[in-house]
Design a protein around this ligand. Structure first.
Ligand SMILES: CC(C)(COP(=O)(O)OP(=O)(O)OC[C@H]1O[C@@H](n2cnc3c(N)ncnc32)[C@H](O)[C@@H]1OP(=O)(O)O)[C@@H](O)C(=O)NCCC(=O)NCCS
Length: 274
């Protein structure tokens, strides 16, 4: 099997694979992924894409594998497994993390990934009526440095290049401050059918709720948040705000998870970026 590095010229082909597998097209997400990660693909006899996968590296010790897709007409021919092996070799010796669909999970397990926890996708129109004034404030460009520092302490590795791109693509970035220091942040960015909120980094659940409320209030239409399953209270709160779980994925690792402060990471950027 010949696996090649894809270029932005293949973006439409990747979107086509997504649509073929009943995923949303999510062109803005693909553009962001091609900007921050390395996309790999396998071509069919006509030169079209038979499969693809994206690897986003966070320094030498961690990487995220995402958007593994194989065209229906080519499924169960070993293309998916071949792409995952290739990406793992490209990422080595870094730990590779991912959010698996039910279809992908068995394949990943066979290739040495282990379950970490489930991750629920919450979607809905945010209907909380606010009684307090906003607790967070919109970020300014000078906040990027402190945000990158906070994120690397909480996530465990430096994600500066991805965060810089995410902030320029985001509709809004907000920060929480305590004694003049940034202690939390979150972003809201547009996707096809909703506005996604993530990552959500906060010192505690109150802070996470403040960031989510302040971002969701400015959103038109439904919002999406990918929560990790140990954030149970936040899930109950989201239910009260009008959101519901629409889909469950499994957060998996190949290697050891970077040491950070996971209790302060309430939501990832999204499944594609960890
Ligand atoms: C998941 C996916 C990428 C697998 O691609 P593929 O090329 O068909 O996979 P392979 O042929 O390499 O399969 C390798 C093994 O993975 C497992 N596997 C593959 N598809 C599976 C499925 N639908 N259900 C359960 N196990 C599956 C099997 O163990 C398989 O080995 P086998 O065929 O000998 O039983 C493909 O089904 C797909 O694109 N699905 C939709 C998108 C998706 O869910 N991607 C995963 C994102 S996390």
């Amino acid at each position: 099997m010949h696996i090649e590095r894809l270029t932005p010229n293949d973006l439409a082909g990747c979107v086509g694979l997504a649509v073929d597998r009943d995923w949303q097209p999510e062109e803005p997400k693909w553009r962001l992924l091609f900007g921050v990660g390395d996309a790999y693909g396998v071509r069919d006899e006509q030169g079209g894409l038979a499969g693809c996968a994206v690897l986003t590296r966070y320094g030498p010790s961690a990487a995220v594998l995402s958007n593994l897709l194989v065209a229906r007409r080519h499924e169960r021919q070993g293309i998916g497994a071949g792409l995952v092996r290739h990406v793992l070799a490209a990422a080595a010796p870094a730990t590779t993390l991912l959010y698996a669909t039910t279809e992908g999970r068995e394949l990943y397990r066979r290739l040495g990934f282990e379950d970490v926890r489930t991750a629920n996708v919450w979607v809905g129109r945010f209907g909380l009526v606010r009684v307090d004034s906003p607790r967070s404030r919109p970020a300014i460009s000078a906040d990027l440095g402190p945000i990158v520092k906070l994120d690397s302490e909480v996530y465990g590795v430096d994600r500066a290049h991805m965060l810089a791109r995410l902030f320029s693509a985001a509709e809004q970035v907000r920060v929480l401050e305590e004694d003049g220091e940034i202690v939390g942040y979150a972003t809201r960015y547009a996707s096809d059918d909703w506005q996604a909120i993530g990552p959500v980094v906060a010192p505690d659940e109150d802070g996470a709720q403040a960031l989510i409320t302040d971002l969701a209030e400015g959103a038109e239409g439904p919002v999406r948040i990918d929560l990790l399953d140990d954030q149970r209270n936040l899930g109950e709160w989201l239910t009260g705000c009008g959101l519901a779980t629409v889909y469950q994925a499994t957060f998996m690792r190949h290697g050891s998870i970077p040491e950070g402060r996971p209790a302060q990471m309430f939501a990832p950027v999204g499944h594609a970026l960890g």
